[in-house]
Structures are given as structure tokens and as C-alpha cells.
Design a protein around this ligand. Sequence first.
Ligand code: GRF
Length: 233
Amino acid sequence: MLREADTDTASYFALSGPVGNPLARCGYRGRMRARLVVLVSGAGTNLQALLDACADPAYGADVVAVGADRTGIEALARAERAGVPTFTHRVKDYPSRADWDEALTGSCRAARPDLVILAGFMKLVGPPFLDAFGGRLINTHPALLPAFPGMHGVRDALDHGVKLTGCTVFLVDAGTDTGPVIAQAAVPVRDDDDETTLHERVKVAERALLVETVGRMVRDGWAVHGRKVRIGR
Ligand code: GRF
């Protein structure tokens, strides 16, 4: 449940429309700050990077709510320490996945987000969520999409023997890690890497990429033409 509403910042984006709409365009109007809702499932280091970035007024955004699909995670503790309202919806508490999706959509909508960011959120969102936030729903993945989508991007890249992997920030569509790519960063694979060491190095790049990309989007706007996303005017 959303614990409190944030009324300090006002929404300034025009809705960007569906992904792939050539007219899609969002823009920064100069004075107001973007409202970010961040969804999490785990450690929340990407969330922390966003919280830290938002502490700088020049960044242009505020995390106005953090949502989770489970309790007892460090990501929620990070939000609480930062004084950000949180909500949690566990799938098992709802009669169906569709009911869970509606509840998640409702809590996010109540926070009036300009952007919704899936930062290590380990659930696929359904049609109501995509209808509500499509085109302004961002995810981060620890591999260079379209290579190695899914739950085990780091392990799959390592098992495949690639020498270069990385991370991808992308717009979410109805598929699994299939949406238009917004930004990517490469990370070399070392001969002695295991999944843990490689993921830790990917996450360093991922946090920097997410912060930089979200900041550029909220300050400069973005446009989507087919699969191509361009930040700035
Ligand atoms: C990130 O690597 C994300 O891409 C993956 O899980 C990790 C989440 O890390 N899906 P954190 O919870 O932000 O620390």
C-alpha cells in the first residue's frame, strides 16, 4: 500500500504514447522535476544510485515511491532510510496474477509517475501495467540485449564464453527483455570470472548507466522511432 502521497513535485511529461509510436516524445519543461517510481525485488543498489543522484537538484528528478513484490528486502530498507514511501504487492496475496497486476498498477498510478523504473524487479508486468505506463516504463538488464535475455543474463553470457558483456537500459514492451534499447555499456569478461564477480562488475556499469540515462531522459526528453530511441531534441 502506498503510505503517503508526494505533493511537492508536479508531473511535467506529456504521455509519450505506445512504444514504437513515431510521434512519441517526452520533454522537460525546465522548472519541475520528474517523478520516478522504482520497482525492486532485492538488494536495491540500482535504486540507491538513483536516490543518490536525485539528491542533486540539478539531476531533475525525485524518487516519489518505491514498490516491491516481496517484503524484507534491502531495497525497501533503502527507500525507508531515504524517507521515500513504499508499497508491496506479493503475487501470493492475490487470487490471480491479473489481480496482482491491477493492484501494482493502482499503487504506481497513485504516485503519479513520469517514469516507472524496474530496477532489479523480478516479475513480468502484465497488460494493465503496460497500458498505464508503456512508453515511460524502463528496465535494466545485466547483459547486452538482445543477447542473453531472461533471469540469468550474467550466467548465460559466461556459459556462452563471450569476451564482452555488459548492461542494457531499455523501454519495456510485452516481451521478455525485448523492448527498444535506450543505452548500453560494455564490460569485459575476465578468464577467472564466475557469475558473482562478473555480475558485481556489470552492476557497477549498470548503476552508472541507469543514473546517466534516466537523468538525460528527464532533462532532455526522448523520442521513439520504431525500435530506435533517441535522447534529446
Ligand atoms: C541488476 O543486475 C538487475 O539488472 C538484475 O538484478 C540486479 C539487481 O540489483 N535484474 P540491485 O537489486 O539493484 O542491487
